[in-house]
Design a protein around this ligand. Structure first.
Ligand code: PMP
Length: 431
């Protein structure tokens, strides 16, 4: 595989941007190679600056559930571009997008658009604290909720990949109200509530974690979180930045049959443009400025381009529920195929999958939380990743991320992926 132009571009980038990137994991350091520079995307494929073509299992880390450059999204965006990209004033498309979400998601009476998942979770917590008048929050080890100070503790995703789950630069004072808990551990959460319950404003959780690899909550633990937060008067915040409109249109909360108090969105809600959002019960959302005292604002929030990309994507998903069935079927086909290959080759691997999100961990233990995710052999993952890339399969460049199926992917791509995986895993076996 030729990557000369990418290499040259990366050298130039490193001189003017830390690590040559604007977000750490895309530097590919954990898979010990330089990243290809991407030139364009089309459907389920991306093409790099050296002319290599890849089946894309990253999809911009989740947003591109319809694949790249969906014709309807592109057409609508072109129309918006010609009428103005931002006004910092109300526009109709904001209400249409909000209405579509409020009409479909039972837990959401009102929603506010922001510009990233980080902003969504950061503000949801401020709102939870403002609403309850309490200070403490609970987050789970290995869950990632963006990079705001109070949440950058025992964090997953890039923070974990790069070995800084607790980042320098976050003062102790800022995180003294963040309690970290063990995912899927009932005794632990009971203990935490027994000790701090009256001071806990909210529990924030990835209902299907995608930032320590893919690790779903058990139904029992999800129910426990709902009941214990209710008992103590704390809010339950589902961070559905990754799972929202992906595992089902109504998100993970519909699969678990849980009504959280607040939900955070990102990724798909922006259709590939920078958007985040948080929403929930009217009583809580009404505490937000300008009708309530909890302040939040954004110059580009709800800008017409981002809203149109999100609205078009959500509308397509809502009107075509078979997309979810197809993605689930392809996810199953891929996971089952991979399981057969590792079994045949005698490689120790453990699988987690929910619909179009899946993950193969190089460990023989079932992965149920952060601690078990860490038993995965990341050297093996790095080799697997490089061997797959050589064969035209673009996976997440870290063990602690999800593999995403998109709606533009057909059986043909799954078959190609499994053929590549067979060869790649034979190399892993030699390690
Ligand atoms: N929450 C979750 C569950 C995420 O997966 C992410 C990003 N991967 C975030 C929050 C932060 O979103 P953003 O990168 O848009 O700030």
């Amino acid at each position: 595989m030729k990557l000369e132009r990418s290499k040259q571009l990366f050298e130039e980038a490193k001189k003017v941007m830390p690590g040559g990137v604007n977000s750490p994991v895309r530097a590919f350091s954990s898979v010990q190679m330089d990243p290809p520079f991407i030139k364009k995307g089309e459907g389920t494929y991306i093409y790099d600056e050296d002319g290599n073509k890849y089946i894309d299992y990253v999809g911009s880390w989740g947003p591109l559930v319809l694949g790249h450059c969906h014709p309807e999204v592109v057409k609508n965006l072109k129309e918006v571009v010609e009428t103005g990209t931002s006004f910092g004033a109300p526009t109709e498309i904001e209400t249409r997008t909000a209405q579509l979400i409020v009409d479909t998601i039972p837990s959401i009476d009102m929603i506010r658009m922001v510009n990233s998942g980080t902003e969504a979770t950061m503000t949801a917590l401020r709102l939870a604290r403002g609403y309850t008048g309490r200070s403490k929050i609970v987050k789970f080890n290995g869950n990632y909720h963006g990079h705001s100070d109070s949440l950058l503790i025992k964090a997953g995703s890039g923070a974990l990949t790069h070995g800084v789950p607790n980042s320098p630069g976050v003062p102790e004072d800022v995180v003294k109200n963040t309690i970290t808990a063990i995912y899927n551990d009932t005794e632990n959460i009971e203990e935490i509530f027994k000790t701090y319950g009256e001071d806990i404003a909210a529990v924030i959780v990835e209902p299907i974690a995608g930032n320590m690899g893919v690790v779903p909550l058990t139904q029992e633990f999800a129910d426990k979180l709902r009941s214990i937060t209710e008992k103590y008067g704390s809010l339950l915040i589902f961070d559905e930045v990754m799972t929202g409109f992906r595992v089902a249109f109504e998100g993970a909360q519909s699969l678990y049959n849980i009504i959280p108090d607040l939900t955070c969105y990102g990724k798909i809600i922006g259709g590939g443009l920078p958007v985040g959002a948080f929403g929930g019960k009217k009583e809580i959302m009404s505490k937000l400025s300008p009708i309530g005292p909890v302040y939040q604002a954004g110059t580009l929030s709800g800008n017409p381009l981002a809203m149109m990309a999100g609205y078009t994507t959500l509308k397509i998903l809502k009107e075509n529920p078979e997309i979810y069935k197809d993605m689930d079927r392809r996810g199953e086909k891929l996971a089952e195929g991979l399981k057969n290959i590792v079994e045949e080759l005698g490689i120790k691997a453990s699988f987690n999958r929910v619909a179009s999100m899946l993950c193969m961990f190089f460990t023989d233990q079932p992965v149920v939380n952060f601690e078990t995710a860490l038993t995965s052999d990341t050297e093996k993952y790095a080799l697997y990743f490089r061997e797959m890339l050589k064969r035209g399969i673009y996976l997440a460049p870290s063990q602690f991320e999800a593999t995403f199926i998109n709606a533009a992917m057909g059986d043909e791509e799954i078959i190609k992926t499994l053929q590549a995986a067979k060869e790649a895993l034979m190399e892993v076996k030699r390690l």
